[in-house]
Write a new protein. Sequence first.
Length: 309
Amino acid sequence: MKTKLLTFLLSFFISIASIAQDQEVFKVLASKGTNKYTTGGSTEAKPVLIGKKLYQNDEIIVGDNSYLGLAHKSGKTIELKKAGTYKVSQLSSEVSAQNSSVSKKYIDFVLGEMSSDVEDMSKNRHKYMDVTGSVERGDEQQQLKLLAPKEAYVLNAPVTLKWYPVKDAKKYIVKVTNMFDEPIFETETSETSISVDLSKLKINEEKNLLWSVEVKGKPDLQSKASLKYPADEKVTLVNEQFKELKSTLSEETAINKFVMASFYEDNEFYLNAVESYEAAIKLEPEVEDYKIAYGQFLSRTGLAQNETK
């Protein structure tokens, strides 16, 4: 009887240990270079792909000049930039145990958007890279297009207003007005973006604003869009989620900016999403996955240079 009981308990604990070993620990959000992984006691190294789930007993092999952006099951993120072999169990123990349901939600949002297209991503990398490249290169055009939808939600905080360059334009006039076309803010710039701190503008009780950009000396070359303040209940929810996300994703890393971009997009703060995507690319300019994700975002929201929403 005792022998059977011991056998049962041994089998039970082995099963528990096996389940723990099979538990998902990380998901892959971005990868550059030669990154591979091995499972269990296997010596077969397989390529690490976007969305790949890594388990407790896996090992990761990061190649020379490579990069790996991982999301932990707790909602935290980690970047691997140094070549070498890493035990997933060890990496997991180094990640804070703080759990964030909000962070996990937007990590899943990121992966969902990156894999939602029916198109094979491997065949369309250049398409999305080209979309992003048009923003980075500043491909000049004969019309003025804002890097923003016709309507975008904003908060009483700094926001970056951005547009595509117009051929031969030397200066742009940027204006913010109320719905009665009364000026609230106006400036000139030779750049194709400007940061405006809405909290410092005398907006009063306005819930909708207009912003416009025109080429100086060519008033026919202009474009405008609206800035909308969300309802108070949405502001409260967004601020709560933002506070939790910033607490979880406190480091200024590309992968954290990437996840923050998904939060902004999901809540229709597209101007902030643009800023976060570009910050991620600036932090890790050689990681194509961030550029591809930005190109996907621009395409699906109609913000790409030759697309309309």
